[in-house]
Design a protein around this ligand. Structure first.
Ligand code: FES
Ligand code: FES
Length: 178
């Protein structure tokens, strides 16, 4: 279990960042962007607060729940646990890229059609994790899907619906890719 940072530590980091702002450039959902703020600012805060990507969820804020997952150079990455400087010059993708990524769109559609979530808070992170799993192939067993999602918590307990929806998405993607 990761140790919770104290408020004093957070204030010290915020103070340090306020004096050391710098501009970081990266690609976000297919378009170039630049952000000027403390380089140690968690990517999650930057995405939500500076760039309007509210679909990236704040869950635990400590790398434990998977709600904040995005793709960095197509690798699943916890944005709460990633400082801004670490994505300089890299490709960041959020759930909002489903409009231009047909595989991710199939995943989102399957989750929605199955009404897989209750509150739905965990689903963007889950969709991004599954998108990475299905990057090269749509062949994924239920065990493989469950294993990949081991770090994505669903507090509403809708895991079985989520698994069924992901299997449906994998089948559709497999058929479309044939
Ligand atoms: S908010 Fe990032 S892992 Fe929970
Ligand atoms: S549907 Fe509510 S946390 Fe997963």
């Amino acid at each position: 279990m990761r140790k919770r940072r104290g408020a004093g530590f957070d204030r010290a980091v915020a103070r340090e960042n306020s004096v050391k702002k710098q501009t970081t450039a990266f690609e976000l959902d297919g378009e170039g962007c630049e952000v000027t703020c403390g380089p140690d600012e968690p990517l999650l805060y930057v995405l939500r607060n500076e760039l309007g990507r509210k679909g990236v969820r704040f869950g635990c804020g400590e790398g434990l729940c998977g709600a904040c997952m995005v793709l960095v150079d197509e690798r699943p990455t916890l944005s709460c646990d990633t400082p801004l400087w670490a994505v300089a010059g890299r490709r960041v993708r959020t759930i909002e890229s489903h409009v231009s990524d047909w595989r991710l769109h199939e995943i989102v559609t399957a989750l929605t059609q199955a009404q897989a979530g209750q509150c739905g808070y965990c689903l963007p992170g889950i969709a991004m994790r599954v998108r990475a799993l299905l990057a090269d192939s749509a062949v994924a067993s239920r065990e493989g899907i469950a294993e990949a999602l081991d770090g994505n918590l669903c507090r509403c307990g809708t895991h079985s619906r989520i698994l069924r929806a992901i299997e449906t998405a994998a089948e559709r993607i497999g058929r479309a890719a044939e």
